[in-house]
Design a protein around this ligand. Sequence first.
Ligand SMILES: N[C@@H](CCC[C@H](N)C(=O)O)C(=O)O
Length: 303
Amino acid sequence: MNSAWSGPAAPDADGIAFLKGHGTENDFVILPDPDGLLDLSAAAVARLCDRRAGIGGDGVLRVVRSAAHPEAAALAGEAAWFMDYRNGDGSVAEMCGNGVRVFARYLERIGAAGPGEVAVATRAGIRRVRVAPPAAGGAPGEVTVGMGRATLPGGEVNVTVGARTWPSHHVNMGNPHAVTFVDDLSHAGPLLDAPAVDAGDAYPDGVNVEFVVRRGPRHVALRVHERGSGETRSCGTGACAVMVAAARRDGVDPSVTGEPATYTVDVPGGRLVITEHPDGTVEMTGPAVIVAEGFIDPAWLRG
Ligand SMILES: N[C@@H](CCC[C@H](N)C(=O)O)C(=O)O
């Protein structure tokens, strides 16, 4: 590997450095932009995420020093790096649970996150991430992220696909989710279009929709249609929203019992393990992998 490729990058004659990574197959184009120099329009993000004409991804993780980004400068004392997350259609999102693990993996790769915890600034606040040391045999260790608290604002939410309508649960994990328990994941259909969500004005900026089935005690599986990306192979914030909704449905509330509750959440792209603690905070553990790095032609990116 050419170590220059993993280091800070700015647009120059050689192109714009990028990496490609995923967490449970929720995949991202990573753009190292420490000084916030990239002019990253929505059209450029959509071009990068295009799976035929671009690099391909569910979203973009721009890696910017918090001090260099107006949305994160106030957090620079607590978190040196800001995850500027964009959905595949170029829209901005507050948080990405799989993305923040991949982001931490990138920081580890460039030596900006040692063993122990690294704080990452996001639009939903600071998230603390722990990268486990490599397993015996060299496989990368899993990554655990403190996802903050879920809020369940209540209110009536109905999700419709085709002829089926389900009552759903509004859960906010920094970004909005409609968690929908179904009898069979196939009932969500091909999910080529966003499900219809009837929730009054609960989701002014759109919503991620999860379809969930039970697999066993404290074990669920989901499919997800992500705002701004379509159906993806995984959604970390969605998996946490599902875990909390499933726990409440099971009558499990760690703030009442004083005991943490851990659920296994299967996603099409793998498995996440999620714990809700008695203080309401949620922790998620899963893989984070970087698979490639290279350079983007700046003229192509400008369109
Ligand atoms: N895949 C992400 C969530 C990305 C943002 C989401 N599409 C939104 O618009 O809120 C995750 O792993 O959490």
